[in-house]
Design a protein around this ligand. Structure first.
Ligand SMILES: Nc1ncnc2c1ncn2[C@@H]1O[C@H](COP(=O)(O)OP(=O)(O)OP(=O)(O)O)[C@@H](O)[C@H]1O
Ligand SMILES: [Mg+2]
Length: 433
């Protein structure tokens, strides 16, 4: 940038200097002509004075401009030095691009990361750099796509980007992208800062693995405990049958319900152990809610509970995932709400659009949950109900997590509970492409 400005200013100075030299030549010609008596004396004197004045004015302009420009360049170079020192001293990847996505500048971290050479990258877009260095083609292509999303969002975006480097290591960056616009709304520049969080990710994954093992242990203990009771009772009946082969209908009924209990525990556990959801189907979350409300209205009526749905005004309600699993989540949460309203009342489901998310809240006016119980919510087999299994919320957490959403609970004892589900909206619809 400075170099461009410098060459522009130098060319201007050259024009001024050319003018100065031209005047000097005219002056010399006049002097010679005057000395040889070729020009009348009064014309000669007048021209001499005029040209001398012009030479003085041009000379002062050149001198003044030279001083001003010199100071300006000194200041600019100082700024440039400060900027270079700043971005080089950062332990992060820093990159400046223009409004067309062309690289203007990066730091040594960036050069080393993408194996670029100084000056080789300047003026090139991500896609061109991907052609230049095919190993990083996918990474550059992804970067171009996420830049475009940042421009569309028109605000600072934070995301994670992962890619392999030639050593075979998977690098993960916590990336901040800042788009800058001209006053007329045109794209001006994009600043990208990426912090290498690869080590942190590895540590997190290790922790999750350990946690999973711990949860598996807890789950196994819970299952053993839950299944042990009906099994003990069944064993008692078998013992009884040995002594008196004919069992009463009542006893057979108890045996059957104990077997049912074991069956439903196993069924619920199967949902938990199912592999990760393949996010492939887009469906209307509003339609799924309406389906559940229709399904549960009789159960609600039995407890004098009325179900209400306050739908978001915005029409975007498509989410990507497994419809049946999300229906299961809504059923579990509405069922909990109904079960908590011993005196009947109103259960309200609301939906609200929030940029790229949709929020669905389920609000009941039931017993509420104590702070102690709130902390245990979601743990397998945590229940306060005589016939509950304590798997409903565990399953909800798993499903919502797999749909890249969030599940939160707010509750006040004797006032009620609000469960909030936050799910990402189906992006293609969001950008209307
Ligand atoms: N809306 C609610 N209001 C009050 N308590 C709730 C609510 N939702 C959940 N709880 C509490 O959390 C516990 C766990 O709920 P969860 O749905 O996981 O299991 P459950 O309802 O007891 O049994 P199930 O596995 O059959 O659903 C419940 O027993 C209840 O104490
Ligand atoms: Mg439940």
């Amino acid at each position: 940038m400075i170099k461009l400005l410098q060459s522009y200013v130098i060319s201007q100075m050259k024009v001024l200097l050319g003018l100065f030299i031209l005047l000097f030549i005219i002056e010399m010609t006049l002097v010679i002509a005057g000395l040889n008596g070729l020009v009348p004396t009064d014309v000669y004197i007048a021209s001499e004075i005029f040209i001398a004045l012009l030479i003085a004015v041009t000379g002062s302009i050149i001198f003044y401009r030279y001083r001003k420009v010199k100071n300006l360049f000194v200041e600019m170079e100082e700024e440039e030095l400060k900027m270079t020192a700043l971005i080089q001293s950062m332990p992060d990847f820093v990159c400046f691009k223009d409004g067309e996505g062309r690289w203007i500048r990066t730091n040594d971290f960036g050069l080393e990361l993408y194996e670029l050479e100084e000056n080789q990258y300047i003026g090139k877009t991500d896609r061109q750099l991907g052609e230049l260095n095919p190993f990083f083609k996918d990474a550059f292509d992804y970067c171009a796509t996420s830049d475009e999303e940042t421009w569309q969002n028109a605000e600072t975006v934070r995301c994670e980007e992962s890619f392999y480097i030639p050593s075979g290591e998977l690098k993960t960056f916590d990336v901040i992208k800042v788009p800058i616009f001209f006053k007329n709304g045109q794209r001006k520049a994009l600043i990208t800062i990426g912090r290498d969080i690869s080590q942190q990710k590895i540590a997190e994954e290790r922790l999750v693995r350990q946690e999973k093992l711990a949860v598996a242990g807890e789950l196994a203990a819970g299952v053993a405990h839950e299944i042990k009771n009906p099994l003990t009772s069944l064993k008692g009946f078998v013992q009884l049958m040995r002594e008196a082969p004919m069992l009463s209908n009542e006893n057979i009924g108890v045996m059957s319900s104990e077997i049912d209990r074991i069956h439903s525990i196993v069924e619920e556990l199967l949902v938990l152990s199912k592999p990760r959801t393949r996010l492939e189907e887009s469906f209307s979350i509003h339609a799924a809610i309406e389906y559940v409300l229709n399904l549960m209205k009789h159960q609600a009526m039995d407890k004098d509970v009325t179900l209400h749905f306050e739908k978001a005004e915005a029409e975007f309600d498509l989410v990507l995932g497994d419809r049946n699993q999300l229906v299961q989540v809504i059923i579990n949460l509405v069922k909990n709400g109904i079960e908590a309203m011993n005196e009947g009342g109103r259960l309200t489901i609301r939906s609200r659009n929030q940029k790229s998310f949709i929020e669905v809240s389920i609000e009941d006016k039931g017993t509420g949950i104590s702070n102690v119980d709130l902390e245990q919510l979601g743990q397998p087999f945590f229940t306060t109900k005589p016939k509950g299994m304590g798997l409903g919320i565990t399953i909800c957490h798993k499903i919502i997590h797999e749909h890249r959403g969030q599940l939160t609970f707010r509750s006040e004892l004797n006032k009620g509970t609000t469960v909030q589900i936050k799910l990402p909206l189906y992006k293609k619809e969001e950008f209307g492409t």
